[in-house]
Design a protein around this ligand. Structure first.
Ligand code: G3P
Ligand code: MG
Length: 256
C-alpha cells in the first residue's frame, strides 16, 4: 500500500510539552517547548470521574501533585485546583493541570500539531478512547478552516484506539509499542492506524521497511541522545518524540 502524502506532522515532537524543562503535561511546558521552536507536542490524556479529558501521565496523583490516590476517581472540579507545578520547581508552583480543551485552545491558536496519547486509568481503556476522540473531534472542528493538522490519537492500548475509532474514525490513530508483542502488526492493521510509534531502541531498517511497506508512518519515543537521533534520521524515521527540546532544534535538519 502506498503512503499517502497527507501526513501533516513535523518531524520533531516535544514530549509532554517540554520534556523535563518544565512540569510535564502543563501549559507552561508547552510554552517552553514552543519557545525552543517546537511546533508539535505530545501529551498524555485521561478522564476525570465526571468524564472530562485532562492531561496527566500517571494513574495516580502523588508524583506530580500534592495529593495521593487515583486521579481518575476525582472530579474535574477537584483536579483543576491542584498544583501540578510545585513538584518540579518553585518557579512553576501553582501551575494547574490543564484540560484537553485548554491545551487545544493553545495549540490551535498557534497553529501547532498535537499528538494526544490516550493514557487511560486502568479499566477505562475503551471509554477513555471514546471520550478523548469525541472531544478532540469537537475541539478541532471548531477551527476547521485554520491550516492545522488534526490531532494524532495514539495509545499503547488497542482498546483505546478502538474506542477512538468508534467515535471519531476520521481522526488519525497511532499504535504505541514498547515491545513488539505477538500480533502487533495485525492489530495495527485491524485498527486502521496511520502510524506506529515505538520505543526508539526497537526501530531499525527492517521495522521501518515493514511499516512503510504497509503504508504506515514510523515514529519513535523518547530520543534524547544526538547519536541515536542521527541513527534514526539516517534510517528515514518519520517522527521523533523528545524531551531534549533544548538540544534538538526542530528547524535544523540533522539529515544533512
Ligand atoms: O507517546 C510516547 C510516549 O509518551 C510514551 O511513553 O510513558 O512517556 O507516555 P510515556
Ligand atoms: Mg506519553
Amino acid at each position: 500500500m502506498a503512503m499517502t502524502d497527507d501526513w501533516l506532522y513535523p518531524l520533531w515532537i516535544a514530549h509532554r510539552g517540554a520534556g523535563k524543562l518544565a512540569p510535564e503535561n502543563t501549559l507552561a511546558a508547552f510554552r517552553i517547548g514552543a519557545a525552543h521552536g517546537y511546533r508539535a507536542f505530545e501529551c498524555d490524556v485521561k478522564l476525570s470521574a465526571d468524564g472530562v479529558p485532562f492531561l496527566l501521565h500517571d494513574a495516580t496523583l502523588q508524583r506530580t501533585t500534592p495529593e495521593r490516590g487515583t486521579a481518575g476517581e476525582r472530579s474535574w472540579s477537584e483536579l483543576s485546583r491542584l498544583d501540578a507545578g510545585g513538584w518540579h520547581s518553585r518557579a512553576f508552583a501553582g501551575e494547574p493541570i490543564p484540560s484537553l480543551e485548554a491545551i487545544a485552545a493553545y495549540v490551535l491558536r498557534n497553529g501547532f500539531a498535537l499528538n494526544i496519547e490516550i493514557k487511560p486509568t486502568p479499566g477505562q481503556e475503551l471509554e477513555t478512547g471514546r471520550v478523548a476522540a469525541r472531544e478532540a473531534a469537537r475541539l478541532w472542528a471548531a477551527s476547521r478552516h485554520a491550516p492545522v493538522a488534526p490531532p494524532l490519537l495514539s495509545s499503547f492500548r488497542p482498546e483505546s484506539l478502538q474506542g477512538a475509532r468508534e467515535t471519531a474514525p476520521e481522526l488519525p490513530r497511532a499504535l504505541l509499542l514498547d515491545t513488539l508483542w505477538n500480533g502487533w502488526f495485525d492489530i495495527a492493521r485491524a485498527l486502521d492506524v496511520r502510524a506506529c510509534i515505538t520505543n526508539h531502541a526497537l526501530m531499525d531498517a527492517a521495522l521501518i521497511a515493514q511499516l512503510h511497506g504497509a503504508g504506515l508512518r514510523a515514529l519513535v519515543y523518547t530520543v534524547n541522545d544526538p547519536a541515536e537521533a542521527q541513527r534514526l534520521l539516517a534510517l528515514g524515521i518519520d517522527g521523533i518524540i523528545t524531551d531534549a527540546v533544548d538540544r534538538f532544534a526542530p528547524g535544523d535538519s540533522l539529515r544533512d
